[in-house]
Design a protein around this ligand. Sequence first.
Ligand SMILES: Cc1cc2nc3c(=O)[nH]c(=O)nc-3n(C[C@H](O)[C@H](O)[C@H](O)COP(=O)(O)O)c2cc1C
Length: 172
Amino acid sequence: MEPSASRTVATPQVDRKFHVLVGVTGSVAALKLPLLVSKLLDVPGMWKCRSDPVLHIELRRWADLMLVAPLDANTLGKVASGICDNLLTCVIRAWDRNKPLLFCPAMNTAMWEHPVTAQQVGQLKAFGYTEVPCVAKKLVCGDQGLGAMAEVETIVDKVKEVLSHHCGIQQS
Ligand SMILES: Cc1cc2nc3c(=O)[nH]c(=O)nc-3n(C[C@H](O)[C@H](O)[C@H](O)COP(=O)(O)O)c2cc1C
């Protein structure tokens, strides 16, 4: 069904449910997704239903906030240059930049240290998106260094902070 042209974007109210759209890319840090989603569902006011995939325009209307966690090197590069060849990158490309978009880079240290990474992260920040910086630790591949996705608690705290700022939800 075609989206209705007359539909308006609702102004978030304190007493309604909030929609957080979580985008996931092919980083090993995707292993943390169950924990991340379960913690996000504990955020007061968070919508708890799941639905079948729908068009990227429906999703960008539905969501109050978009979180891309983890954001791998491949999708970082695509988003920085505007490529939209799958549902996730189409939602990001269609994203209403008046709504918050948070991204959590996660990649091997060698990939993180490639000079193109800083350029691409800078481009996403220039689009108005919020970086939740990666951290240094022993990575799943055995290497030690920067590139691990931020801790789940850090990500959830940032989501709560941004929702509180943009949508007026209370932090618990
Ligand atoms: C086991 C495994 C772990 C991976 N972990 C990462 C990672 O942490 N960060 C990253 O940038 N790419 C990682 N990759 C490579 C990406 O999966 C690859 O670039 C893929 O094309 C990304 O596609 P997507 O961005 O559409 O999800 C990993 C690949 C494999 C097989």
